[in-house]
Design a protein around this ligand. Structure first.
Ligand code: BEZ
Length: 263
């Protein structure tokens, strides 16, 4: 699986890889049991789509698979290469990538909720797999972080952004919606589940503010840093009762998990 060809690279290189790695490591810690669904076998050709800084890519490699990681963020790929210099990583976009050799599996953790429209990714994934190859993924599902989104919309509206929903970068589908897309693409969906995963953030008071600064930057484009701080302050205030207990913020993650086979 050499020479993964990338036709179009979206540069999300504003991602702060060190901040991600140090303070948001739950992203791959929770993803570890997704590996059981993938069940990688020695020698299999596998792509880790949206690999971030490479921790799960490395775990799949340790199980003997021939793995390659891709991510659209240059900073994430640079950090993944530093972390695991023995593994292949490329900057490539889930909406528009090609592989030279058909794959046994495409794996993706906590990445596909950034991809709109979703069909762009499911088409590339389908084309990358051999017949019988599997697509195993987890990402945010319907209702994911709904309390945070509601509070962000309120805070932004109160600070002069009239249609904050236009700025929402995320796609959180229901099972029905996503399975329909996969089936239209030609996949046979053999497993789909949607479940709540309340996720405590590791830092204390600053946990939610740091999460917003890491992941929700699209909402603040065009605002000054003072306005951003003010919106975050208002979001914290409105969510305190619901999500902040005993000094820990627990965010309202809701995950969708899928196994789909290329027919
Ligand atoms: C998630 O993993 O569900 C997620 C992460 C960052 C932004 C939005 C959702």
């Amino acid at each position: 699986m050499n020479n993964l060809m990338n036709n179009f690279v979206k540069s999300q290189n504003y991602w702060n890889a060190a901040f991600y790695e140090n303070q948001h490591n739950f992203v791959w810690q929770y993803g570890a049991d997704l590996l059981q669904l993938l069940n990688p076998q020695p020698g299999e050709l596998i792509l880790d789509l949206g690999c971030g800084t490479g921790q799960l890519t490395e775990k799949i490699a340790q199980l003997g698979a021939n793995i390659r990681g891709i991510d659209s963020a240059v900073t994430m790929i640079e950090k993944a290469r530093q972390n695991y210099p023995h593994l292949p990583f490329d900057v490539a976009d889930a909406r528009n990538f090609l592989v030279e050799q058909p794959l046994d599996a495409v794996f993706s953790n906590a990445a596909l909720h950034w991809i709109k429209p979703p069909e762009t990714a499911t088409r590339c994934i389908y084309q990358a797999l051999k017949p019988g190859g599997r697509f195993v993924a987890e990402f945010g599902g319907k209702g994911n972080i709904s309390a945070i989104i509601t509070a962000l919309y309120l805070g932004l509206t109160a600070n002069g952004i009239s249609q904050p929903q236009i700025l929402n970068p995320w796609y959180f589908p229901s099972i029905g919606e996503y399975v329909t897309i996969l089936e239209a693409q030609g996949f046979d969906v053999i497993y789909a589940t949607l479940f709540n995963r309340p996720t405590p953030l590791s830092e204390t008071e600053a946990g939610l503010a740091n999460w917003i600064r890491m992941f929700a930057n699209d909402f603040f484009i065009g605002l000054s840093s003072e306005q951003k701080t003010q919106v975050i302050y208002e979001v914290e205030n409105s969510l305190q009762e619901q999500l902040y207990h005993q000094g820990i913020w627990t965010i309202d993650y809701r995950r969708i998990r899928i196994i789909a086979i290329r027919i």
